[in-house]
Design a protein around this ligand. Structure first.
Ligand code: FPP
Length: 246
C-alpha cells in the first residue's frame, strides 16, 4: 500500500544516497499504552525492519540509525539491560534476513563499553554480513558525535607526533577520514521521529548540509510509508550547499 509513494519518489527526483535517523519516542509509545519502557524499544524493532526494507526498495545506499547514545548509559540499569538484550535478540533474529538481502552491518561507537554478549553479537553480525552490496546499515551504539570528533583529533595528533602526518596536511578531509563514517558520503537526509527539534550529539560533523525532517510519529509507529513521505519531502527541497539556486 506504500507502492504508490515508492513509484512517485522514483520518478520525482533523486533518492538520497544516505539517510540518517534519530529513532525517538519508544518510551512515550509505551507510556501511552501503560506498558514498561522496554516494550516500547521492543516495538521499535519492527520499525527498524520497515526502514531497512524501505531503503532497499527505494535504492538508498546507506542507512545510519542512532540506537544508543553514550548519554543513554545514564538510564536506569533495567532499561540498559533491556536494550542490550534487544540488540542481541535483533542480531540473532535478523542475521539471516540481512545477509539474504545483501545488507552490510557496521556498528559505530564505543563498542568496548558493551556487555560481552552484546559485543560478541556485534562482531558476529559485522563479520557475517561483510560484503553485502545493496545497503550499508550503520547502527550507532554507545555513540557520541563529540567523542567521535575528539577521537579523530587525537588520531591526527598521534599521527603528527609519530611523523606520519604533517600539520599542513590537516584539513577537513584528513579529519573526516578518521571518523567512524569515513567510508560513506555524508547523510543527505536526517529524520527524527516524535517531534523533538534536536540533533542530540548525533553526526554533528557529517550533518553539515543534511536536510532535516522531523515527524511527530513515534518511532514504533514509523513505517515504510513514512520513510517514503520523508524522501518525497526531501526531493522537494532546494539544496544549495551555501550557493545560490541555479
Ligand atoms: C529513543 O526512545 C530510543 C532509544 C534510546 C533506543 C532505540 C532502540 C531501538 C529502536 C531498538 C531496536 C534497534 C536495534 C537496532 C536493536 P526514548 O526511549 O528516548 O523515547 P522517549 O523520548 O519517548 O522516552
Amino acid at each position: 500500500m506504500s507502492e504508490d509513494l515508492l513509484q512517485r519518489l522514483k520518478v520525482q527526483g533523486s533518492v538520497p544516497a544516505h539517510v540518517a535517523i534519530i529513532m525517538d519516542g519508544n518510551g512515550r509509545w509505551a507510556k501511552g499504552r501503560a506498558l514498561p519502557r522496554p516494550l516500547g524499544h521492543h516495538a521499535g524493532m519492527r520499525a527498524v525492519r520497515e526502514v531497512i526494507q524501505g531503503c532497499l526498495d527505494a535504492g538508498v545506499g546507506v542507512l545510519t540509525l542512532f540506537a544508543f547514545s553514550q548519554e543513554n548509559w545514564q538510564r536506569p540499569a533495567i532499561e540498559i539491560d533491556a536494550l542490550m538484550s534487544l540488540l542481541e535478540e535483533y542480531i540473532t533474529r535478523e542475521l539471516d534476513n540481512l545477509r539474504a538481502k545483501s545488507v552490510e552491518v557496521h556498528v559505530l561507537g564505543e563498542v568496548s563499553r558493551l556487555a560481552p554478549g552484546a559485543q560478541q553479537a556485534v562482531d558476529r553480525v559485522m563479520a557475517e554480513t561483510a560484503g553485502g552490496r545493496d545497503l550499508a546499515l550503520n547502527l550507532c551504539i554507545s555513540y557520541s558525535s563529540r567523542a567521535e570528533i575528539t577521537r579523530a583529533a587525537r588520531q591526527l595528533a598521534e599521527d603528527v607526533a609519530a611523523g606520519r602526518l604533517e600539520v599542513s596536511e590537516i584539513g577537513e578531509d584528513a579529519l573526516a577520514r578518521r571518523l567512524y563514517t569515513a567510508p560513506w558520503p555524508d547523510p543527505d537526509l536526517l529524520i527524527r521521529t516524535s517531534g523533538e527539534m534536536r540533533i542530540s550529539n548525533f553526526l554533528l560533523w557529517q550533518l553539515a548540509y543534511a536536510e532535516l525532517y522531523v515527524t511527530p510519529v513515534l518511532w514504533p509507529d514509523f513505517t515504510r510509508r513514512h520513510l517514503f513521505e520523508a524522501i518525497l519531502e526531501f526531493q522537494r527541497r532546494d539544496r544549495r550547499f551555501g550557493r545560490v539556486s541555479v
